[in-house]
Design a protein around this ligand. Structure first.
Ligand code: LLP
Length: 434
């Protein structure tokens, strides 16, 4: 599944998503344009809920909103019964505005500001996942001032390096995140939390990385964390009742990618925790996971309009589109590889090897290198699939490019859930000195 589940080619030979002709959407709303398929979004939420629900344990599937945060997406997660992971004041504010039940929200971040912690406390956030000693003391102090006791999890770095891009590995010892196990900091953090009056330790959290295909790293992390739970019990008498295994399940960016399924992920996590708990004589904790990418990535596509085509004989053909590193930074940051197709000629045979370039003033602004397309022409609508995660949320205004609109499509209807930025939006924070 690279394209959304509702993707089709209609009688005009156009790519259709959610019952909408994408070429028509591009004409109506302009490009670049993000399209999110509601059926795929809800389908992924439900698959997660069913996969964990089938295991007969207490669980929460917590959508990691950093993958795609906006009011409508928070509302979809809420309607599907998921919790929400926020990692900044902005993501929290979005959740508040979306009417998300705050007891189902948890807050991450390796450097939460006093203002962010205060906002979380004022809104009675469900859990704060504490990432360091400075934060632990700060949270205890602010909670005390507000007369509250904040339930917390501690983020533990288990010392695991999954196979993925180094920028999105987070479980290894050399990481800015969490309390390391090896150097004893994790145990100190547990003891400190148990002493503090205005925080209530509920359990542990470990997120080892993102876009992970092989589930063995999750199994290993679970083993390590559960052994730590036992060690905590032996040393302090405290029994952790919650375990959050983080997100990280990989997705299919290209047809050849073979990620694990949601069901396989649920089995590795739940069976692993249950097995370890039994083996160590511990109660099975409530299990949480925090999928982001695997919920939203394949629901989204980006549409661009083809402009300049530059053929360099015997070297390369550059096909330039009207977006680029301002709406999809992933190829430039992680060397991420995408597919591409022409939405207006979706049935035609791919005959020409091209490189899809963005419109920004950098040679590195390449969206897709060496891909075969039907011979492209100016005015074609180029579609890159699997851009629903870490696309719009990492969009920027480089070269004062307005950020695209995001449409939610379903049953032949399209709704703009984020409107396109205008030039006026771009200067609204500027002050004139004349
Ligand atoms: N939980 C925590 C604590 C996280 O840090 C993350 C992602 C997630 C959950 C969700 O992980 P997911 O299921 O989406 O893999 N910008 C990068 C990805 C950064 C991931 C950051 N943390 C990219 O575009 O690949």
């Amino acid at each position: 599944m690279v394209l959304p589940i509702t993707a089709n080619i209609n009688s005009l030979g156009h790519l259709e998503i959610g019952g909408c002709d994408t070429v028509e959407l591009a004409r109506q709303y302009g490009t670049p344009l993000f399209i999110m398929d509601e059926a795929t979004l809800r389908g992924q939420c439900r698959t997660f809920m069913q996969a964990f629900g089938a295991k007969g344990i207490e669980f929460d599937v917590v959508y990691a909103s950093k993958a795609f945060s906006c009011t409508a997406m928070c509302q979809i997660a809420k309607q599907e019964g998921l919790g929400l992971d926020v990692m900044s004041g902005g993501e929290l504010y979005t959740a508040i505005k979306a009417g998300f039940p705050m007891d189902k929200v948890l807050m991450h971040g390796n450097n939460k500001t006093p203002e962010e912690l205060a906002l979380a406390l004022d809104n009675n956030i469900g859990r704060v996942v504490v990432d360091g000693f400075h934060e632990l003391e700060l949270l205890d102090k602010i909670a005390g001032e507000k007369g509250k006791v904040q339930p917390i999890l501690l983020r533990i770095t288990p010392g695991i390096k999954p196979q993925t891009h180094s920028y999105i590995q987070t479980g290894q010892i050399d990481s800015k995140f969490g309390f390391g196990l090896q150097d004893g900091l994790a145990m100190s953090a547990v003891k400190k939390s148990l002493e503090l009056k205005n925080v209530e330790l509920k359990g542990l959290h470990a997120h080892i990385g993102s876009q992970i295909f092989e589930l063995g790293s999750f199994a290993k992390a679970i083993e390590i964390i559960m052994e730590f739970v036992k060690q905590i019990k032996d040393e302090t008498g405290f029994v952790a009742r919650e375990f959050n295994a983080g997100g990280g399940l990989g997705i299919q960016y290209k047809a050849v990618d073979e990620p694990s399924t949601i069901e396989e992920f649920a089995s590795v996590v739940v069976d692993g925790v249950v097995r370890e708990a039994q083996h160590l004589g511990l109660p099975v904790p409530k299990i949480m996971v925090e999928p982001g990418r695997s919920i939203v990535a394949n629901a989204g596509v980006t549409l661009y309009t083809v402009g300049t085509i530059k053929e360099i004989a015997n070297i390369r053909t550059y096909v330039s589109v009207d977006g680029g590193m301002s709406d999809n930074l992933r190829p430039m940051l992680y060397g991420a590889v995408y597919e591409a197709l022409l939405a207006n000629r979706a049935q035609e045979k791919a005959t020409t090897m091209v490189t899809v370039a963005g419109k920004h003033c950098e040679s590195g602004d390449i969206l897709v290198r060496d891909i075969e397309l039907p011979h492209p022409e100016a005015g074609d609508i180029l579609c890159t699939p699997a851009t629903g995660a870490y696309g719009y949320v990492m969009a920027n205004n480089y070269n004062r490019q307005p950020r695209p609109a995001v449409l939610l499509v379903n049953n032949g209807e399209a709704r703009a859930i984020i409107r396109r930025e205008t030039f006026e939006d771009l200067v609204r924070l500027d002050a004139s000195i004349e």
